[in-house]
Design a protein around this ligand. Structure first.
Ligand code: F6P
Length: 324
């Protein structure tokens, strides 16, 4: 049974991470355990950046974006020596359990620690929503709302000038953010990694939207699509007069990860953080705490890592019907 746990955030930050840190801390303290905040993800685990946490350490953070612990991606932790150093550091500080709040790469790190016999559980957190083991991951809802606000704004200027916009959103190799932003933003199409759309098809969608008398055309492009924003803009550079609409491209970038989390992510972070601790208290280690339906779900990290969750084909079809 563990009695002193570390908590860290790793990989790309996601709105709601602070709610999860707070929940891990207060749930563990409630069990009588000690809690240590680890700064800068796995890098801090290897360099021993440990801060003893009380309930007050995590006060007033639930509404804050980013992560108070800081985050990083570490190459050294991918090596056995790096992980041994981390385990040694934790042993020296009496830390006998760890909660890792992060996405795919971070949970791969957590799984490696688990394979080395260290008690660790994960919290499914990434704006990409690509993690197997959770229908929805921490940060997605807020990122989606930020993308939507941008799309709504672009639509008004697009209509004023009769323009088509290609709007690139994040998501790494997963088209979830792009597809959902297209559906909720009333876009004319989503270009995603899972279903190829050629530049010729994009041109056709733009031309047909113009012919139908639309005042604008919004195409949401996932950064991981084969034909992402730069590829498409390059393809269209000498074809601009053939589309009906004038064409512009906008990359939303890290704006999608910034700012305070919405209600959904504050609640999700709280539930997942507490859930990861509860699993440990029950002697369950090596699992990812996620959400399936509206219930907490625990999936062995072995079944989550190295995979990318797909998008729903029926939602893809729905988005194209709605674009008529
Ligand atoms: O995994 C989250 C994410 O925001 C991806 O959508 C994006 O591809 C990547 O991180 C960007 O990474 P960085 O913040 O290191 O530029």
């Amino acid at each position: 049974m563990v009695s002193k746990i570390g908590v860290l955030t790793s990989g790309g930050d996601a709105p709601g991470m602070n709610a999860a840190i707070r929940a891990v801390t207060r749930s563990a303290l409630d069990l009588g355990w000690e809690v240590v905040g680890v700064a800068h993800g796995y890098a801090g685990l290897m360099s021993g950046e440990f801060m003893p946490f009380t309930a007050r350490s995590v006060g007033g953070i639930i509404q804050q974006g980013g992560t108070i612990l800081g985050s990083a991606r570490s190459e050294e932790f991918k090596t056995v020596d790096g992980r041994k150093k981390a385990i040694r550091n934790m042993a020296q500080h009496g830390i006998d359990g760890l909660v890792v709040i992060g996405g795919n790469g971070s949970q791969t790190g957590a799984y490696s620690l688990h394979q080395m016999g260290f008690p660790v559980n994960g919290v499914a957190s990434t704006i990409d929503n690509d993690l197997v083991g959770s229908d929805i991951t921490l940060g997605v809802d807020t990122a989606l709302n930020i993308a939507l606000e941008a799309i709504d704004r672009l639509k008004t200027t697009a209509s004023s000038h009769n323009r088509a916009f290609l709007v690139e959103v994040m998501g790494r190799g997963c088209g979830y953010l792009a597809l959902m932003a297209a559906l909720a933003g009333g876009a004319e199409a989503a270009v995603i990694p899972e279903i190829e759309t050629t530049p010729e098809q994009v041109a056709d969608i733009i031309r047909k939207s113009y012919a139908r008398g639309k005042s604008h055309c919004i195409i949401v492009v996932a950064e991981g699509a084969k034909h992402e924003l730069d590829v498409l803009m390059d393809y269209f550079k000498d074809k601009k007069g053939e589309l009906g609409f004038e064409l512009r491209g906008t990359e939303l970038g890290h704006i999608q990860r910034g700012g305070e989390p919405g209600a959904f992510d504050r609640i999700l972070g709280t539930r997942l953080g507490a859930g990861a601790v509860e699993a440990m208290a029950n002697g369950t280690y090596g699992v990812l705490c996620g959400l399936k339906g509206n219930e907490l779900a625990y999936t062995p990290l072995a079944d989550c890592v190295g995979k990318t969750k797909g998008v729903s084909e029926s939602v893809y079809k729905l988005a194209s019907v709605m674009a008529k």
